[in-house]
Design a protein around this ligand. Structure first.
Ligand code: HEM
Length: 360
């Protein structure tokens, strides 16, 4: 073998190594993105969304309205968290009310779930994003349970009902879901966004100036007195009843909610969102949210925000609640899809264009 051949053989070896390494990295990337095999990833939570889904809308809680507000701190949380939002007097809020359906054109009486999302911006460019529902607890102890539930309750085309075997297998693995079913069966349906109490459901930690951690959950407790639909009122409610009611109330004056922080005690389940903590836990009113104005989501504002609840300011930390951590990925997929559709000019009514998704 002459010297030239030996040299070129030596040159090939590193090239082959680089090629193998690059191919390995591509495979690892594809696997972690869920492109290989049947692994459940955060993208799997959107698997039932059809390609025909109206462009530019959120893949859940699609029907909503933006709001602007102010959060005024009471100062009472400052000893428990170094987050500036608890020490400065007031912070700007951009938020969104929504109903819990996937369909952006749903009637307001089609779901009992009403929701509030918001981003509180405080000094030093700190942002606190959150999404809250009027449920007191989550349906399952983990995120996979959500896929199991939706698969179990799919309507069987031959019987027109969910397959009872799948439902009982789901309830066997997730017995806690029965609590949620009972709650959904019995709890009154609120007849206004203004009267609902919104709960963060997952647990977080407040971090004080000495670095101590305090496990908490919080709720937005309305100042407006509670009111609910009777069955008959609900059945006859107009298509946009809740959104119209909100605008009418704001025409008469501002709406207020207390941000009530609840502290866990030893033994309370921090990482299980299906388990509410006992009612006698310590509560502290951290501040008051004032809302004076709502505006259409087609105008932008809240439309282009991902109210990812894991985006918390210094002084608040996320817990290891598996539903909370999964939500960050799920919301990113929904956000990326809808913002891409808007960016590529596919969205119509979602951004206020005359042609509607329904006309297509
Ligand atoms: C694994 C469980 C969950 C799944 C699969 C899920 C799925 C989704 C998706 C796809 C969106 C649209 C996000 C966007 O495009 O910005 C969304 C929005 C929302 N979710 Fe969830 N979610 C889950 C758990 C929860 C929980 C536990 C809460 C309440 C604490 C919640 C409250 C909300 C709210 C309030 C919105 C509307 C946010 C907005 O107005 O931007 N979700 N959800």
């Amino acid at each position: 073998m002459d010297k030239q051949k030996i040299k070129s053989k030596k040159a090939i070896i590193p090239l082959v190594c680089i090629g193998v390494l690059a191919a390995g990295l591509v495979l690892i990337f594809a696997w972690s993105a869920g492109w290989l095999g049947n692994r459940t990833t955060t993208a799997s939570f959107l698997k039932d969304i059809p390609d025909s889904f109206p462009a530019g809308y959120r893949r859940a809680h699609s029907k909503g309205i933006c709001f602007e507000g102010t959060f005024r701190s009471t100062g009472k949380l400052a000893p428990f968290s170094k987050a500036t939002v608890f020490s400065q007097d007031s912070s700007a809020v951009l938020g969104r009310f929504s109903i819990g359906t996937v369909d952006p054109f749903a009637a307001d009486n089609s779901t009992r779930t009403v929701s509030m999302a918001m981003m509180i911006s405080s000094e030093n460019n700190q942002q606190w994003r959150m999404k809250l529902n009027n449920h007191p607890f989550f349906v399952t102890h983990d995120a996979l349970g959500v896929i199991r539930r939706s698969d179990a309750y799919k309507i069987d085309s031959t019987t027109g009902k969910p397959n009872p075997a799948l439902v009982s297998a789901f309830l066997k693995d997730y017995p806690e879901a029965q609590n949620f079913i009972d709650w959904a069966d019995k709890a009154p349906w609120v007849n206004s966004f203004a009267v609902a109490e919104y709960n963060v459901i997952n647990a977080f930690y407040l971090i004080d100036s000495k670095g101590n951690k305090h496990a908490v959950r919080w709720s937005m407790r309305p100042h407006a007195p509670f009111s609910a639909w009777s069955k008959e009122e609900r059945e006859h409610a107009s298509h946009d009843f809740l959104f119209d009611d909100l605008k009418q109330r704001l025409d008469k004056g501002a709406l207020y909610w207390d941000l009530v922080m609840t502290f866990a005690e030893p033994g309370d389940e921090i990482e299980n969102p299906s388990k509410a903590w006992p009612a006698n836990r310590r509560h502290i009113v951290a501040g008051v949210l004032e809302i004076k104005r709502v505006f259409d989501q087609t105008e932008g504002g809240c439309r282009d925000i991902n109210f990812d609840p894991t985006k918390v300011p210094a002084g608040i930390e996320v817990s290891k609640d598996p539903v909370l951590t999964a939500r960050a990925g799920i919301y990113a997929h929904s956000y990326n899809a809808r913002v891409r559709e808007i960016g590529y000019g596919k969205a119509t009514d979602a951004i206020g264009k005359k042609e509607t998704s329904k006309d297509k």
